[in-house]
Design a protein around this ligand. Structure first.
Ligand SMILES: NC(=O)c1ccc[n+]([C@@H]2O[C@H](COP(=O)([O-])OP(=O)(O)OC[C@H]3O[C@@H](n4cnc5c(N)ncnc54)[C@H](O)[C@@H]3O)[C@@H](O)[C@H]2O)c1
Length: 278
């Protein structure tokens, strides 16, 4: 492994009970994180994922624990961050993966405002609450340095990665609430990157299209048309494997990415750069 892609700090992954968040937590453990806290609204999922992470962790002193919270509730978000800092002494890497979809496709004129409020309160407001509490804790801690073949450089106080979406860049017919919430997540990423660069905090987003989570696998199994549609519109002609997102998250947390901040990185096999007409 690239030396500077290794990790050695304390990680908090929000929405790590299942899917991309769970895999991101595993990738951080595999890259050398000293501890990974699995935060989720689903205690059972969080406990199972935390336990499973021990199989992949490479740090000899690896520790893991869980925290039950809801990103819609500012108090549980703050309690979660305080828990990590009190238990492990600092907070080096945060991944914010908790998110919801807006369900059935509907044109914007037919937006159900209760659905819109729910999607925004998880994907946008919830993302902001997490980043707010995480940056507030990180800016109080001492910065770290990294020594490479060319000397020693400052790598800052902490790193935050938001799991946004290719729909942070592009619309998707009938998915207005989701698309709007993911544009907000990219805005939160840019603003936190701008406002906290001088505090030594890097904030980035990863922006995937279809990722092979258990949910997508269920959909593919029940509706073969979705598979056909993905291979028609995605230039690589398949959905991303979870690791193709989660390993990028670990890279962005690492010293190798110490000059990347405020960025929203598309992981979409080029789908948003092309019009695939045939
Ligand atoms: N799966 C994809 O194809 C895909 C593509 C692009 C972006 N994304 C984004 O990636 C993120 C993760 O998606 P996924 O497919 O892994 O989802 P998922 O539903 O499989 O997992 C989401 C996890 O977040 C938790 N969660 C949901 N709401 C929460 C809340 N209010 N508070 C705390 N925890 C909560 C769930 O319990 C679950 O463990 C989402 O933000 C999603 O929008 C997913």
């Amino acid at each position: 492994m690239l030396n500077s892609a290794q990790l050695d700090g304390i990680a908090l992954v929000v929405g790590s009970g299942r899917g991309i968040g769970k895999e991101a937590a595993f990738s951080l453990a595999e890259a050398g994180a000293k501890a990974v806290v699995f935060a989720d609204m689903n205690e059972e999922f969080a406990k199972a994922s935390s336990e499973e992470s021990k199989k992949y962790a490479t740090n000899e002193g690896y520790q893991t624990s869980t925290f039950v919270m809801n990103v819609k509730d500012a108090k549980t978000v703050e309690d979660m961050v305080n828990y990590v800092v009190e238990k492990y002494g600092r907070l080096d890497y945060c991944v914010n993966a908790a998110g919801v979809d807006n369900g059935v496709h509907k044109p914007l004129a037919d937006t159900d405002i209760e659905v819109f409020d729910h999607v925004m309160s998880v994907n946008a407001r919830g993302n902001l609450l997490c980043v707010r509490a995480q940056t507030a804790a990180m800016r109080k801690q001492t910065p770290k340095t990294w020594t490479s073949r060319n000397g020693t450089r400052d790598i800052g106080r902490g790193v935050i990665i938001n799991i946004a979406s290719a729909n942070s860049f592009a619309g998707l017919p009938g998915k207005g609430s989701y698309v709007i919430s993911k544009h907000a997540s990219m805005g939160i990423t840019k603003m936190a990157g701008v406002d906290h660069a001088s505090d030594g905090i890097r904030v980035n987003a990863v922006c995937p299209t279809w990722v092979r989570t258990p949910l997508l696998d269920e959909e593919l199994a029940s509706n073969p048309e979705v598979k056909g549609m993905i291979s028609r519109v995605v230039p690589i002609e398949r959905a991303a494997e979870c690791e193709e997102v989660s390993d990028v998250v670990a890279f962005l947390c690492s010293p190798a990415a110490s000059y990347i901040s405020g960025a929203s990185l598309l992981i979409d096999a080029g789908i948003t750069t092309t019009l695939r007409l045939f």
